[in-house]
Design a protein around this ligand. Structure first.
Ligand code: NDP
Length: 276
């Protein structure tokens, strides 16, 4: 337990983490309420994560976000978890609770708020979801709650697709491997890239005929990692092509509300980040 005199500390853990905008976003949230937030980025791989998190708690750490590749480890390290973290099997927000950590997942809420901002309602629509990792799981549960006509999950590792499809318990869920995408029938209203392939600079390609005329294409990543998917989406004729910056800001706002009991405004912060 941190000593009562210690200043509460917050951090984001991940690897790589130097690019993270989270420290800036939380500082801007704090400024809205006149709170000086001590929120840092801590570079940590999977092997050192448990030790680094314990050291953080000893030094006054009371709240943490985790990103690639630590979400499954964070899930396992938590003594208790929120219902939504339990449901999607992923944790991105840790809150100190006595001598232990409580886990939550704010990715789904962040994604939903950004879809709303973009004016997209998934009810009755056909959705293609690329990826079945931690973030894809949070997004998939959010999407099925909106009652789409179909959710097609495309992922490299077949077992992960099958496990997610089972967990969703939704009649309109299907799965396939990337090599089968070319054989899919019909057009999709929403294509979500929830793979981390863009971080390694992988080129993105799908048949353009898969897009409905007013389709929204959404990449969870942002910056250079989203470039190839967004270029494909525009070339393929998507009505809207969006990166995941809005989701990032809104999932951070949800974490901030969990820790500080106050919900920041996100629109101005998103605009400020886009202007940089
Ligand atoms: P995970 O490591 O949990 O999952 C990675 C996913 O990407 C898996 O489905 C994996 O497939 C797939 N993948 C990785 N490399 C390739 C490749 N070369 N080709 C095809 N598929 C590949 O990561 P997360 O789910 O945590 O993150 C996924 C993405 O979402 C990242 O880009 C991350 O930055 C972004 N993100 C954005 C957020 C935001 O707020 N905007 C929040 C959370 C994540 P397989 O199962 O076969 O290994």
């Amino acid at each position: 337990m941190p000593l009562p005199s210690m200043k509460p500390r917050y951090a984001v853990f991940g690897q790589p983490i130097a690019h993270s905008l989270s420290p800036r976003i939380h500082a801007m949230f704090g400024a809205q309420f006149g709170i000086e937030v001590d929120y840092r980025a801590i570079e940590t791989g999977r092997d050192e994560f448990a030790r680094a998190l314990a050291a953080f708690a000893r030094d006054g750490g009371v709240g943490a976000n985790v990103t690639l590749p630590l979400k499954a480890d964070a899930f396992a390290l938590c003594a208790t978890r929120s219902a939504r973290a339990q449901r999607c099997g992923s944790v991105n927000t840790l809150t100190r609770d006595g001598d232990a950590w409580r886990g939550d997942s704010t990715d789904g809420v962040g994604f939903l708020r950004d879809l709303e901002r973009l004016g997209f309602d998934a009810r009755g629509r056909r959705v293609l979801l690329l990826g079945a990792g931690g973030a894809a799981r949070a997004v998939a549960f959010t999407l099925v709650d909106a009652d789409p006509r179909e959710l097609m999950i495309v992922n490299r590792t077949r077992e992960r697709t099958a496990e997610l499809a089972r967990a969703l318990r939704f009649d309109g869920v299907f799965g396939c491997e990337p090599a089968q995408v070319g054989t899919l029938d019909g057009r999709y209203d929403l294509v979500v890239n929830a793979t981390s392939a863009g971080h390694a600079g992988a080129a993105f390609d799908l048949p353009a005929r898969l897009l409905e005329r007013d389709a929204l294409c959404y990449d969870l990543s942002y910056g250079h990692a989203a470039r190839s998917f967004l270029a494909w989406a525009r070339e393929a004729g998507a009505k809207t092509a969006s990166d995941g910056l809005g989701m990032l800001v809104d999932q951070a706002a949800e974490s901030f509300a969990i820790w500080h009991g106050r919900r920041p405004q996100t629109r101005a912060i998103l605009d400020a980040l886009r202007d940089c």
